[in-house]
Design a protein around this ligand. Structure first.
Ligand SMILES: NC(=O)c1ccc[n+]([C@@H]2O[C@H](COP(=O)([O-])OP(=O)(O)OC[C@H]3O[C@@H](n4cnc5c(N)ncnc54)[C@H](OP(=O)(O)O)[C@@H]3O)[C@@H](O)[C@H]2O)c1
Length: 475
């Protein structure tokens, strides 16, 4: 990550009055400004279909930073940041009024708008005649299936080339996700065992305790497979399973990631469980059923949970199941990768019974409680030979001082520098959609699970013959 300011350019946030801008983008831009990592010259121009002026936008940004920033508001730093902030109310798809506010030759446009607004805004950039000096950051979900993703790619490329497109998956901005590369390719001790010879299965979980948070109408159109599996889970899968790249260059890394996604075999519908939460208790709070959420149809079949068993057919991975699962209103918030190693071949400890011992596991905790743990068997002290599962634990919080940058800070910083490493390439997004296209076209029926549980009972079938290694029984 360069600590130099990026080239001079304006930053245009379309959808600047929305939730993402408030919770993530404005605090991230403020923190970059504080650390002198915004362009030396350039405005931050917000736009949305609301009747705000510059001052209202600055007040909104102040409140957003005060509420959501990882750092508290520093008055002098905020005043410096606020000087850049301008607002242009826009309704409809004519963006030409923005041009009067450009201060630089170049600009980056962040489409922080509902997916239905992506296409009209992309063509508006073309019609306004500003495409030649424009880069575009586009939010997820990128399309809703393979055909629509291809269509959106074609629309983007009719306006700007791939070198100026930044498709966001904010999981790639997380330190713990980036660390998968350093962990795998910077440590010889794990390199030798990162293969089908030593690994029996790989589990990747993204579990949320939140429900749809008032966004039921939007979620009805999306569901867990489009919202999380096709992007976050597949990105973590790609980083976990990829071959060593030939260099640490963005294209070298993205070349290897896309190969993993292309190697996913067509998914057997028997290896997919879709779930939907009913009323229950999450922690100490009671939660209504998904079908009772505002904006949700009372007979909705949208999945709020998905578990899949995949095969990555490659020299390294053939025969190793990849178990992916995500859900809302689950028991705990927990994102992790669990590498389960093969058991020892011989019953050496007859007293203990090898079957009774847990398999060795490497657990990468993405969030919360970020860290990595290795579980193995140790002899319990005493005259008998009895084994116990123990853990070696690395914890980010205690090993590194200071709070790491938020994912959106890192991603905005890289996009301003034109660095694509942490963004999803055209062929990657299409390979991801291609892998789930079959189940999106013919989805298995949804099974119900109580809010506050670990999902439908049938999810255990996917994990057989083992069980899911969830936060409740792991470090
Ligand atoms: N919120 C998150 O944490 C999050 C996380 C990951 C991805 N995303 C993605 O980020 C995007 C924005 O999400 P959000 O949660 O911020 O949505 P949101 O709260 O609904 O805000 C959308 C923003 O876009 C504006 N807008 C709506 N239609 C527009 C149009 N046709 N032209 C220009 N502006 C328009 C809205 O203005 P009005 O309010 O006046 O309509 C608002 O400023 C979505 O694609 C979402 O999937 C969001």
């Amino acid at each position: 990550m360069s600590l130099e300011p990026p080239p001079d350019q304006d930053i245009v946030v379309v959808g600047a009055s929305g939730d993402l801008a408030q919770r993530k983008l404005l605090p991230a831009l403020y923190n970059l400004s504080r650390e002198k990592l915004l362009p030396t010259r350039g405005a931050v121009i917000g736009t949305a279909p609301v009747d705000w002026g510059d001052q209202q936008f600055r007040d909104h940004a102040h409140q957003a930073v005060a509420t959501f920033s990882r750092t508290s508001v520093d008055d002098a730093a905020f005043a410096t940041f606020a000087e850049r902030l301008h607002f242009v109310p826009l309704s409809g798809d004519d963006i030409t009024p923005l041009q009067q506010h450009f201060t630089q030759q170049r600009r980056i446009v962040y489409l922080a708008v509902p997916p239905s607004a992506f296409s009209p805004l992309i063509s508006a950039i073309g019609t306004a005649g500003i495409a030649d000096d424009t880069s575009i950051i586009i939010e997820k979900p990128f399309g809703r299936d393979l055909d629509s993703a291809r269509q959106l790619n074609a629309e983007l490329h009719s306006v700007v080339p791939e070198e100026r497109v930044f498709r966001i998956d904010h999981y790639l901005g997380k330190e713990t996700v980036q660390n998968l590369l350093v962990f795998r390719f910077g440590n010889s001790v794990f390199d030798r065992v990162w293969t089908r010879d030593a690994i029996s299965r790989v589990e990747i979980t993204v579990a949320e305790t939140l429900g749809v948070d008032g966004r039921g109408r939007l979620y009805e159109e999306i569901g867990a497979i489009r919202d999380i599996v096709q992007n976050h889970l597949f990105q973590v899968l790609a980083l976990t399973a990829m071959e060593p790249p030939i260099s640490f260059e963005p294209e070298a890394i993205r070349n290897e990631k896309v190969k993993v996604l292309r190697a996913i075999r067509p998914i057997d519908p028997e290896h997919v469980v879709r779930g939907q939460y009913t009323a229950g208790t999450v922690g100490k709070e009671s939660a209504v059923a998904y079908r009772s959420e505002p904006g949700v149809s009372p007979d909705s079949t949208t999945e709020t949970f998905a578990a899949l068993r995949l095969q990555v057919e490659s020299w390294r991975w053939t025969g190793v199941p990849f178990l992916l699962r995500t859900g809302k209103r689950l028991k705990v918030r927990d994102s992790r990768v669990v590498i389960v190693f093969r058991d020892v071949p011989l019953h050496l400890f007859r007293e203990v019974g090898v079957e009774a011992m847990e398999s060795n596991r490497l657990v990468v905790r993405i969030q919360p409680d970020e860290g990595i743990a290795l579980s193995f068997s140790a002899k319990q002290p005493g005259p008998d030979v009895t084994a116990q599962d123990v853990h070696m634990n690395f914890n980010y919080g205690s090993s590194f001082r200071g709070s790491p940058p938020e994912a959106y800070e890192r991603l905005l910083h890289d996009a301003l520098h034109g660095d694509h490493m942490l963004f999803i390439r055209e062929d990657e997004v299409e390979a991801g959609w291609s892998a789930v296209d079959g189940i999106l076209k013919e989805p298995p029926p949804v099974e119900f699970y109580a809010a506050g549980s670990w999902g439908p009972k049938d999810a255990a079938r996917i994990a057989a013959p083992g069980h899911w290694h969830a936060a409740e029984n792991e470090v």
